[in-house]
Ligand binder design. Structure first.
Ligand SMILES: [Zn+2]
Ligand SMILES: [Zn+2]
Length: 406
């Protein structure tokens, strides 16, 4: 967690560089709406860690005290290297099960919803990772110190950032050993030939060993996104939409054995003769078009500005959380969830977006008074609220018309 927090400024710097490079090469791979949605998902995934006080820590302690086979040294470089490679092996299976087991796909789907592929896609992560900690348990049994394991987990995730780009071609011999932009493009594709391939985190050798590798083909251009598209900029819905459908299927399917199978079989599995509302089945959608509701340039620019401020507030809450009470952290995270939801509604041109936005700006004032954050940020957010509300109210009719027209 700590390492990832420190990496965030570099993530944003590299995103700006990729945008600049794309614009200079006339091959921009970013859309404002999609990038806002992806970064919202990344932000929420970090924020939920402040709220959910899981029991994983208790499980780790129990495993270490009762089942640990030995205690490995923290200052041995080989322990670090072995842990890094073994964790990547465990990540391969966690990731593969995330695609091949419906219950886990509901969580991992968040990373695959973007129909663009750029560094902001890398930040697009789930807020519902309830099973990931199970893959850490063997490491505690084998005696790897928690500090080594969690550093390795963070390094693995940080490595995966750079492979989310369209600008880097195949990398020769490296394609045989490492996860690269080319073989990870395949992983994010919805072309039939590419679906559910290339699960590796750092090393692609696991895919080559276990038969899940697919090379990016010259004659099959990658089309990014889900085979059953999300078609929404609502980041809260993005986190639960597969679970919502899974719940409906679960209730509807007859028999306890079938209900169990529905959860552990691949997404889209149903009893013979019945249809699924999940992933691959029943899909006649045009997979070559991207979700892109039209809104006015004022709306787009206004939303981008407000989104940047929300990200700044999120970072301030993430950094300041240790000094805040649990109740206040919860309240702040709730407000930020609402903010990201409103940004999504605005990007979709929803008719109630303007009303929600004014409520959001008004609610910010008591939060700013309670949170006692950095003075410059507080002043900036306060000034933004004071200016934005009258702008929205006085230009309300015009904007309502432009939103409705979209
Ligand atoms: Zn995946
Ligand atoms: Zn990815």
């Amino acid at each position: 967690m700590e390492l990832i927090l420190y990496a965030i400024p570099f993530f944003f710097l590299l995103i700006f560089l990729e945008i600049a490079y794309g614009l200079a090469r006339r091959n921009n791979t970013y859309r404002i709406n999609d990038s806002i949605n992806s970064i919202s998902m990344g932000s929420l995934s970090r924020l939920q860690g402040l709220v959910i006080l899981g029991f994983s820590g208790t499980v780790y302690e129990l495993i270490v005290s009762e089942y640990q086979l030995t205690q490995l040294a923290e200052d041995n470089i080989w322990i670090w290297i072995v842990c890094f490679v073994l964790y990547d092996f465990a990540y391969y299976w966690k990731h593969r099960l995330g695609h091949e087991v419906a219950l886990f796909w509901g969580s991992h789907v968040a990373h695959h919803q973007s129909e663009d592929f750029n560094l902001s896609t890398a930040l697009r992560q789930t807020s519902i990772d309830f099973h990931g900690f199970l893959f850490y348990l063997p490491f505690f049994i084998l005696g790897f110190p928690a500090e080594i394991l969690f550093t390795v987990v963070s390094l693995n995730l940080i490595y995966q950032f750079w492979v989310h780009t369209e600008h880097i071609p195949k990398l020769g011999l490296l394609e045989w050993i490492f996860v690269t932009p080319s073989n990870h493009r395949v992983h994010h594709a919805r072309n039939k030939i590419y679906v559910d391939r290339n699960y590796g985190g750092v090393f692609i050798i696991w895919d080559r060993l276990f038969g899940s590798f697919q090379e990016e083909l010259d004659n099959e251009r990658v089309v990014f996104g889900l085979r059953k598209p999300l078609n929404s900029w609502n980041p809260l819905w993005a986190n639960i939409h597969v679970y919502w459908r899974l719940l409906q299927d679960f209730i509807g399917i007859p028999g306890l054995i079938n209900k169990f199978k529905l959860l552990v079989k691949p997404p889209g599995w149903r009893v013979a003769g019945s249809e699924s509302s999940c992933k691959l089945a029943r899909n006649n959608a045009d997979l070559t078009t991207r979700f892109d509701p039209k809104i006015s340039s004022f709306s787009r620019n206004y939303c981008l500005m407000q989104f940047i401020l929300t990200v700044a507030l999120s970072l301030a809450v993430l950094l300041g959380a240790p000094t805040l009470s649990y109740g206040l952290v919860n309240a702040a995270v709730l407000y930020l969830c609402f903010s990201y939801y409103v940004h999504g509604a605005w990007l979709e041109g929803k008719l109630n977006a303007q009303l929600l936005e004014i409520l959001r700006l008004v609610f910010l004032i008591p939060y700013l008074l309670l949170l006692d954050l950095n003075a410059t940020l507080t002043l900036l957010l306060f000034a933004n609220t004071v200016i934005a509300i009258p702008v929205l109210l006085f230009s309300g009719k015009k904007q309502a018309n432009s939103l409705a027209a979209s």
